[in-house]
Write a protein of this length. Structure first.
Length: 395
């Protein structure tokens, strides 16, 4: 696996695919700069070696050139975070860009305009990728969030750098962390899968059953498992067409010696609202008109014990509707359990949009071993797929 350590960037121009797809408010100001912060290590490493950085990224889902999706909107924030003036050019290919690159000196950063202003980016167009490739001496992919897409800038461009391509620090860390969970883990290994739907996690569950000792199934998807086993779930969310699948997963887990832990009690609400009336119910006996919205106190205790007996922990998906303060208790308790286990030497990896949002919201981001930056890419890695953006560097 080639990383920055395999190259000398002195007087070289590094063409870096970053993931600066950050949220903007109505005033077009960056509201969460985590992804810019995540790329800092790679950019600074290259600059300190005497190289220069040409950054390319997408932002949002524009239809052609649209001002609200211009990466020019993030230049000030990127300059503040990187501590180096970020130059900007209002295109990503063509004469104007080539001139800006030619004038770029060692120690400088140039940010290109939104790649997705061109349809060729998403189509993985070879001619477009070749134009991008002319801008740098070494190609660095540091965008895990888009590594599962075979786009021009994430995958196709790599073929024009047969020897001079590598992973940036962020992407290398992502690969190592996921590999640590799936292939090189200290046992016992625990996977915690939450969220609303079994259907979105089927392939993940099937791929990790051979690799884990314990599986906690929480959140909305737990009700499909409970109903499949004959429990009464009231008005709780459920994928009726996935009940057979749920039973099959439990059967496979048993055959492979994996202990499955599903909540035994829940906080139930009479309305999907923060102000709803609530009660603690046995998960198998939720009254009609009530729905399970969070893991209950007994479940939290059981999960705490499982977490703290584990040496490797993967967390993907919350245990309840954590966006509502009244139903965040189970997810917060799980965060505290993982924090404690990590302090005691466990390796903990958190990934997937909702889990990442939860650990940030409740202050656990720096209390776990690693927080993955890529939602879809993380899921596909856990499904056992080789991501095109990663494969392109390994070729």
């Amino acid at each position: 696996m080639k990383t920055l350590k395999d190259f000398n960037f002195k007087n070289k121009k590094a063409l870096i695919r970053v993931d600066f797809n950050v949220p903007l408010n109505d005033q077009l100001e960056v509201t969460d700069a985590t992804r810019i912060q995540a790329a800092k290590s790679t950019i600074i490493d290259i600059l300190e070696q005497g190289g220069s950085c040409i950054l390319m990224s997408h932002l949002g889902r524009p239809k052609g050139f649209q001002d609200q999706f211009s990466l020019g909107n993030i230049v000030k924030k990127a300059t503040d975070i990187l501590g180096v003036n970020v130059k900007f050019v209002s295109d990503c290919i063509g004469d104007k860009v080539e001139e800006a690159v030619a004038n770029l000196e060692s120690g400088e950063i140039l940010l290109l305009e939104n790649l997705r202003f061109y349809d060729e980016e998403k189509k993985g167009d070879v001619a477009f990728a070749e134009k991008l490739s002319k801008l740098g001496d070494i190609y660095v992919n540091d965008a895990f969030g888009t590594a599962h897409r075979a786009h021009a800038s994430t995958t196709i461009v790599a073929q024009f750098f047969p020897e001079n391509k590598c992973f940036g620090n962020l992407l290398a860390k992502e690969i190592i962390s996921i590999d640590k969970v799936l292939n090189n883990s200290d046992k016992p290994v625990l996977a915690i899968l939450g969220g609303a739907k079994v259907s979105s996690k089927i392939t993940v569950i099937e791929n990790i059953l051979d690799k884990v000792d314990h599986l906690i199934i929480g959140g909305g998807m737990s009700f499909t498992f409970i109903k499949a086993q004959g429990g009464k779930i009231g008005n709780s969310i459920c994928e009726d067409d996935k009940q057979e699948l749920a039973l099959d997963i439990l059967k496979q887990a048993k055959e492979k010696g994996v202990q499955v832990h599903i909540p035994v009690d829940v906080i139930a609400a009479d309305d999907f609202s923060n102000d709803a009336n609530t009660q603690v119910c046995d998960i198998n006996n939720i009254p009609d008109g009530w729905e399970g919205v969070d893991a209950g106190p007994k479940s939290q205790e059981i999960f705490d014990k499982v977490v703290n007996e584990s040496k490797t922990i993967l967390w993907n998906g919350p245990l309840g509707v954590f966006e509502m303060e009244s139903f965040a208790g189970g997810t917060i308790a799980l965060g505290h359990s993982i924090d404690k286990a990590t302090k005691n030497g466990a390796f903990s990896l958190v990934g997937g949009g909702d889990s990442v949002a939860a650990v940030k919201q409740f202050g656990f981001a720096d209390k776990v071993s690693y927080v993955s930056t890529g939602g879809g890419a993380m899921l596909e890695s856990l499904e056992g797929k080789t991501l095109p953006g990663i494969e392109a560097i390994l070729k």
